[in-house]
Design a protein around this ligand. Structure first.
Ligand SMILES: Nc1ncnc2c1ncn2[C@@H]1O[C@H](COP(=O)(O)OP(=O)(O)OP(=O)(O)O)[C@@H](O)[C@H]1O
Ligand SMILES: [Mg+2]
Length: 253
């Protein structure tokens, strides 16, 4: 049994990557799926979003494999079935070392090979920039979700991601696929969000996922270190994320 891996990535910042990673991760865990989140963003926000402290665990996982098994860098989140390999600023140094040592595109996949046998799902949060680590994380993934904020839609960031996925497929023998582009910060009443949805639909067609609404309670979750499933599981944005987790489970490949 090998974990299915999904990257939540966009080179644009503030589009809901971390929120989507932690919300999906906890949703999978609540359905009894053993789930590991790996935070490949030097901002270390997966830890804080889950009420934990950032730590140099990603650095150690990638750069000091000789110092013990990868299990050492896994932290319990206090939620059944949900673990985290937290990151912090040292993740940026890890990326520099990976590049300087010319480590292969498979470096992340290899670092997680033994842990992969212990989980049903592994989710990767990635930094809002390409630089080597994002590419290696995506290469290790079966599927990629690209969150895109409908209120300040940047087609540039999304097109850049789509190009990266195509390059990995064509030049690096990557076997994964785009699960879809995920509209975030969706406002049901504004024209702007509707125009953005139409534009995304025109480009991505079937690969456009159902949107995640803008929600004040979701913002509060991050500040309090809680997931939406702990704070307000019956709210509308929780329903949006339930739809997404259903799609992820259905498309398990
Ligand atoms: N649907 C939403 N409605 C309202 N606020 C949201 C929503 N999704 C995320 N947020 C909030 O928006 C901010 C940015 O979200 P998040 O940190 O998930 O984005 P990110 O893409 O990971 O950012 P970065 O690129 O800096 O890592 C956070 O304060 C988060 O709580
Ligand atoms: Mg983030």
């Amino acid at each position: 049994m090998t974990a299915k891996k999904a990257s939540i990535s966009n080179s644009k910042g503030g589009v809901g990557k971390t929120t989507t990673t932690t919300t999906l991760g906890h949703a999978l865990a609540l359905r009894g799926k053993r789930t590991l989140i790996v935070d490949f963003d030097p901002q270390g926000q997966c830890a804080t979003a889950l009420g934990l402290n950032p730590e140099p665990c990603v650095f150690n996982l990638l750069i000091s494999p000789a110092s013990g098994s990868s299990h050492r860098w896994v932290r319990e989140t206090g939620r059944e079935n949900l673990d985290l390999i937290p990151g912090d600023r040292s993740t940026a140094t890890a990326q520099i070392v990976l590049n300087a040592e010319n480590r292969p595109i498979s470096a992340v996949a290899e670092a997680l090979a033994s842990l992969s046998k212990e989980y049903d799902y592994i989710l990767f949060d990635t930094a809002p920039s390409a630089g080597g680590l994002q590419e290696r994380a995506i290469w290790a993934s079966n599927q990629v979700i690209i969150p895109a904020a409908t209120e300040f839609l940047s087609m540039d960031g999304i097109q850049q991601m789509a190009q990266l996925l195509a390059d990995l497929n064509n030049q690096r023998a990557w076997q994964g696929t785009l699960l879809g582009v995920l509209p975030t910060f969706y406002e049901t009443v504004t024209k702007h969000s509707k125009v953005a949805m139409l534009s995304l639909k025109g480009t991505f067609g079937e690969r456009l996922l159902p949107p995640i609404r803008r929600s004040t309670v979701l913002r509060e979750c991050a500040a309090e270190g809680l997931t939406i499933w702990e704070k307000d599981p019956d709210c509308s944005v929780a329903a949006d994320y339930t739809r997404l987790v259903n799609i992820l489970i259905k498309n398990r490949r």
